[in-house]
Write a protein that binds this ligand. Structure first.
Ligand SMILES: [Zn+2]
Length: 269
């Protein structure tokens, strides 16, 4: 199995064992945990722009980070505009949002890169030889624009990471079972020169398709030089698994967010 779902102090969190390079850490939260979120947001909403009181969400962040031994480490996140900008992040003392960024890379100790999703995929990247890490937010727009490949390029440019040395994990996202798309998405795939036949399945009725977002991200990672055997993913669909995940489509926009996070450990930690 590419992934494991652990329970730690009540927080049910997903990891990719192959990405556990010494000196680094990562994970993807589920909605299950001792958070304070209620109703549509129950129980561990990590998204600050969801309609739930941000003070409550910040408390969830704090509870979670303390629970996994990262208490006191500041989160650095991106604005997440469904684009393809990847920012190189320096250590920070406080919570920070990088404007315009959907991807983040760093080799800095003690900074926790974090992004949020509810159906979109988050792509985790770790250099197996070094201490550089990255994360990218890849819904269909970002994935078509090549954000995963852009994060690979940014790791090379910033830290000398070779694509062949990268390990990649793709978070649970909306599956091809549930992600119905129309002409606009098909047109965008075609315009970007992406293999639409491999990525789309016609829906009954004939005027829509199902998009395999995970396969699209795998395709972009491979195109950027990451070996197929170094890419790990899950078969979990955020829309099907109401027990584990928030889903923007399923919940018609009124829902929470999971958090993906990745970091370089502080030495001596
Ligand atoms: Zn599904």
């Amino acid at each position: 199995m590419d992934y494991c779902l652990n329970s730690h102090k009540g927080f049910r969190t997903l990891h990719f064992p192959a990405l556990k390079v010494p000196g680094t850490g990562h994970g993807f939260t589920s909605r299950q945990g001792p958070g304070d979120s209620r109703d549509a947001f129950a129980f561990l909403n990590m998204g600050l722009r969801t309609g739930e009181d941000p003070r409550l969400v910040k408390k969830n962040h704090r509870l979670f980070l303390e629970g996994v031994g990262l208490g006191g480490s500041p989160l650095v996140t991106g604005e997440q505009v469904h684009g393809s900008l990847v920012a190189q992040v320096a250590p920070s003392r406080d919570f920070r949002v990088v404007p315009g960024a959907d991807g983040l890379v760093t080799d800095g100790e003690g900074v926790v890169l974090s992004l949020f999703s509810a159906d979109c995929a988050l792509v985790f990247l770790v250099d197996r030889r070094g201490r550089a890490v990255g994360i990218a937010h890849a819904g269909w727009r970002g994935a078509v624009a090549g954000i995963a490949g852009e994060a690979v390029r940014k790791l090379k440019e910033g830290f000398g990471s070779q694509p062949r040395d990268l390990l990649a994990g793709i978070s649970p996202c909306i599956g091809a079972c549930c992600f119905e798309v129309r002409d606009d998405v098909v047109g965008a795939l075609r315009e970007a020169g992406l293999p639409e036949k491999e990525l789309l399945t016609p829906a009954p009725g004939g005027d829509s398709w199902y998009l395999d977002l995970k396969a699209l991200n795998i395709w972009q990672l491979r195109r950027a030089g990451v070996p197929a055997g170094s890419i790990f993913s899950t078969s979990l669909c955020t829309s099907c698994r109401r027990d584990l995940f928030y889903s923007y489509r399923r919940d018609k926009g009124i829902t929470g967010r999971m958090m993906g996070y990745i970091y370089v450990e502080r030495k001596g930690r």
